[in-house]
Design a protein around this ligand. Sequence first.
Ligand code: MTE
Ligand code: MO
Length: 514
Amino acid sequence: MLVAAGIGVISVGSALAVGQLAAAFVGADASPFLAVGNAAIDRTPAQVKDFAVRNFGTNDKTVLLLGMAVVLVLFGVLAGLLSRRNSLPGTALAVLLGLVGMAAVLGRTDLGQLGVLAPTVSLVAGALVFRLLHRVAYDWITVRDGGPDGSDADSDSDEADTSRRKFLIRTAGVVVGAGAVGAVGQVLVNGNNVDASRAAVGPLTSSTPALVPPGADFASSGTPTFITDAAKFYRVDTALTVPQVSTQSWSLRIHGMVNNEQHYSYADIRNRQLVERIVTLCCVSNPVGGPYISNAKFEGVLLRDLLLEAGVKPGADQLLSTSVDGYTAGTPVDTLLDDRGAMLAIGMNGQPLPVEHGFPARMVVPGLYGYVSATKWVTDMELTTFRAREGYWVPRGYSQLAPVKTESRIDKPASFGRASAGSVVVAGIAWAQTKGIKRVEVRVDNGPWQDAQLATEVNKNSWRMWRTFFDLKPGNHTVESRATDDTGYVQMQAAEDTIPDGATGWPSVAFTVS
Ligand SMILES: Nc1nc2c(c(=O)[nH]1)N[C@H]1C(S)=C(S)[C@@H](COP(=O)(O)O)O[C@H]1N2
Ligand SMILES: [Mo]
């Protein structure tokens, strides 16, 4: 039993190790394991993706990979157990697994024909290892338990010893070999990373820097800092492994409904006059009160300038941007040509974009949720129409148009937090990108709304911090907030889900005063 299960698991492990090594040569995402993971992400229904983002946050990918690992181990055990008499069922399962890997890789747009190499060698390696170990194990067990008729059990323990040793040596050989192959593959894949390319860019500054006036946050009262550290900036994307694109290999093509197709290298962009803008990005999957919102300085060029060079033809209402990993987003052309300052960003907080935030280049469009505007690792922009093409999340249940909704969040007190009786501070953030926040009101225990003090407005595309104080007696209390933007729109009380175009509702925090 144990031997059979072990053989199955070792075979699956060997197959993955060999696949990893092959992937080092054709791209990390060709690794059969990751390809299946990526395929799973692409097929995840929007509700499940929302659930994952909400409950695992950025760890949702680790959870997925761990789950897959568990399934694979069980698969190996099953293959081994089914094949105790005959290696055929196990071999068939190995081939099946290989085919799943191949299908997943073939489903990717970014890998090309070479991509199937990794799952193919992986499949062959898995099947070969399985047959090899199965044969020696079968020999040993047959000798140990006697011939098929059971007549001369342990009549010849020398022979049993030899075949047992043979089995153990082969198994150890395979484990060490697969381990080495997998490790080399991993080192090679890691060696493909772009840290050196990123370091070579150096700091990015603009001759027209965006300044943060004093009083832009109430961090001392519990709000976030006005500018989010790159390391703390929320991250949402479908990429299981962060795409590694060097400045050398990066290029941007603008084509489709344009008069003059444009191609830009990294140097073409880097050598232009860079602008710097402070923009608050947020995710459509952010629930009321949620964490998927951050604010940074972005350095880059205005997309309007690039689009004027390309010359957008009349009738083109959508810019479909594509990432190197195949992700797409559809952005209304008018939001790229008006004066909100839509950017092709290459820097964040004065440094080249962090790799997980889109190095070498991404889009940043104030006032739109990230899924329709903020393509990271962007390499292609096609001018088209909303009728003709759909961005990644649209067939998965999200809207084609997704302007950010005016919202507020309570940061202090924390949910189920504690405060001391007397003057209790309530503080948070509000946002209405491109419009600006005019007012934030707060109430405790359904009492009268009270105007909060607003922090200094830095620009209309960034969040605005607020705080206020309440005199509270010991006991349980609930605080709510609602924002009003410069158009007069008041944050909606009705709770709506994040699908299809962003959550609504007043945030509400229960806490205890003692
Ligand atoms: N290539 C790529 N770009 C992407 C995504 C993605 O999955 N792949 N997700 C988008 C979504 S849904 C959001 S909210 C923002 C998040 O950007 P951040 O991770 O830098 O915060 O990136 C956008 N750009
Ligand atoms: Mo998002």
